[in-house]
Design a protein around this ligand. Structure first.
Ligand code: UT7
Length: 328
């Protein structure tokens, strides 16, 4: 086994300017700021303009990432794009983004693992680096959730928002980088969280549009219970398997779906509140965007060699945990 690991060497994100507050939502559906805040922890979220897609958020973020990591466009080998709201059904948003940035020497593809997609993509990118197949891999996680949210359904529309971020992965022989990953999926959970129409089984028709089947369908309670149990389980597992005590972990970076799920994961890992990154109050659940946006906002706090645990749960069901050592 080579001792080369894939290290994150830079991060950049994008947040649309338009803010949708709980007070705005009070005027659209039968809800209150008090309910949303106590049940989810969210105060506001960002909304991307009509006519734009994840590639329009990713392109400026990737340009900033190239600048920050002093990488030329020709040096990029691979772009992995985690999203559930691709610009188009095909081709991949990875390819559309590469074209918008002017990256010509890379290959790329999309990864759809709902809210765990960024972690799946990060682990996939790490394998291309560890094997020596690639030297510079961009892993992007962006979603325009507002494009598939039913703003008549108060139980889901209050949760989601738009945004995301991208990281650069490069080889490191210093012992830093992605150390371990526990990734899981269970298709039986799909019934609780999915989009009913728009795929090949039920292509768009006037009837599917009238039945509002192109929006996110979520049964909150079963998803909540599975998220709490499974995020806690994989996060404890990654600690055990790497012989890490709570004191050894500098930060937990959880998917931002619900403050109560984040808190349950933190307690299962026996971590103090200050070791957990939380920005759900400002952005809500941006699906593939939550973990990179946390990485972006806490980047300045991280120190070389810090043990950082990522954890997520989402549609599929998919879930998992990644342990990495910060490299800069
Ligand atoms: O990232 C992808 C994975 N997704 C998740 O992790 C989401 C997991 N689920 C959740 O976060 C929570 O289940 C929700 C936030 C979606 C819902 O919270 P909850 O505490 O599970 O509420 P509930 O669905 O059990 O509903 C409780 C009550 C219901 O009223 P009744 O039947 O008790 O009269 C709902 O109709 O709250 C009502 N309700 C609302 N009331 C005001 C649901 N949404 C709202 C709302 N405002 N926005």
């Amino acid at each position: 086994m080579s001792n080369t690991r894939a290290a994150i060497t830079g991060i950049a994100g994008f947040l649309p300017e338009k803010v949708l507050t709980n007070q705005d939502l009070e005027k659209i559906v039968d809800t209150t700021d008090e309910w949303i805040t106590t049940r989810t922890g969210i105060k506001e979220r960002r909304i991307l303009k009509d006519g734009l897609g994840p590639s329009d958020m990713a392109a400026p973020a990737i340009e900033a990432l190239l600048e920050k990591t002093q990488t030329t466009k020709d040096e990029v080998d691979l772009i992995l794009f985690a999203t559930v709201t691709p610009d188009l059904v095909f081709p991949a948003t990875a390819n559309i983004t590469a074209d918008k940035v002017g990256i010509k020497n890379a290959f790329g593809f999309d990864i759809n693992a709902a809210c765990s997609g960024f972690m799946y993509a990060l682990n996939t990118g790490a394998k291309y680096i560890e094997t020596g197949n690639c030297k510079k891999v961009i892993v992007a996680g962006f979603d325009k959730m507002s494009s598939i949210i039913d703003y008549q359904d108060r139980a889901t529309c209050v949760i989601f928002g738009d945004g995301g971020g991208a990281v650069m992965l490069e080889p490191s022989t210093e012992g830093n980088g992605i150390i371990d990953a526990v990734l899981k999926s269970d298709g039986a959970g799909r019934h609780h969280l999915h989009q009913k129409a728009g795929g090949s089984v039920k292509p768009p028709t006037e009837a599917t549009v009238a039945a509002r089947e192109h929006f996110v369908y979520q049964e909150g309670q079963p998803v909540f219970k599975s998220a709490v149990n499974n995020m806690a389980d994989v996060s404890r597992r990654i600690m055990e398997r790497n012989a890490l005590s709570p004191a050894d972990i500098s930060y937990l970076i959880p998917h931002q779906a619900n403050l109560r799920i984040i808190d349950a994961t933190r307690r299962a890992m026996n971590l103090p509140e200050e070791k957990v990154t939380i920005n759900i109050e400002r952005y809500g659940n941006t699906t593939n965007g939550t973990i990179p946006l946390c990485l972006m906002e806490w980047e300045k706090e991280f120190k070389k060699g810090d043990n950082i645990v990522l954890a997520a749960f989402g549609g599929g069901f998919t879930w998992g945990s990644i342990l990495l050592k910060w490299a800069y």
